[in-house]
Design a protein around this ligand. Sequence first.
Ligand code: GZL
Length: 312
Amino acid sequence: LTACGGGDDSGDGGGDGLVVGFAQVGAESAWRTANSASVQSAAEADERIAELKFVDAQQDQEKQIEAVRNFITQQVDVIVLAPVVETGWTDVLQEAADAGIPVVLADRGIEAADEDLYVTRLGSDFTEEGRKAGTWAAETFAADTDGTRILELQGTTGSAPANDRKAGFFEVLDAEGLDYEIVDSQSGNFTAEEGKAVMETFITTHGLEGVDLLYAHNDEMGLGAIQAIEEAGFTPGTDIQIIIVDGSKAGFQAGVDGKLNYIVECNPVFGEQLMDVVVQVADGETVEKFTPVEEGAFDATQFEAELPNRQF
Ligand code: GZL
């Protein structure tokens, strides 16, 4: 994004607004591209922001670290980071701290050991998203007397949403006393292509007979899995029930088509809220360590009514 207020390149916005560096995860999903669009349009429209330096790190942590180092060299006013994974940030975030540049996490989080190296995180409570999925599954399969057999497509290995969506889901299944078996659980890296490939492997290895539920950590992997299920001659949403997380238009359309059964919303449209947080941090205001974005969950009775409201 080029400077909209003619901000100089000294990194301090020349007094006519903030220069912000944003190291984004990548462009792996509809959620991600909607999140990038929301942040970029909010920065563009906000006269308090002179320039947003945007980097798409293609889901590569080294590229994200390089982007943060460049923001430090350019002496931006605030660094925004959506960390692709939870670990490996200590050194570069310490460098930002040493340079006196505050860091705001957008979307994903990092390990607790590094909590002092960023000011605040604006994003989802991924554990709560997992709990919502688990609550629906425990209710849906409560009467399943021969044990509920579950396949899981995990998000990017080591990422906060993958770790926490898994933890929240099984925390509830265990708390509700559901009798279940994890038939298999692998990462599809939040992409449709990898989600489909892993589902094909699940089908080849285990077959689908008697598998009750697929829990996919995002829409893309769930939609890729649906293709694999159909290509194997099974009916998604009926032969195997499916939960997805995000709530994209494509995900809701698949729900309307009866191909999946529960959608846990993860809200990417928080650009304006993020700009407010960035300005507060730049002004040295005290902010909460975590600000959760608002989001819900939807079952088959709600898909049709909700589809027109979906923004990505
Ligand atoms: C969650 C976000 C995840 C989405 C995926 O906040 O980090 O990354 O659920 C995206 O679609 O790839």
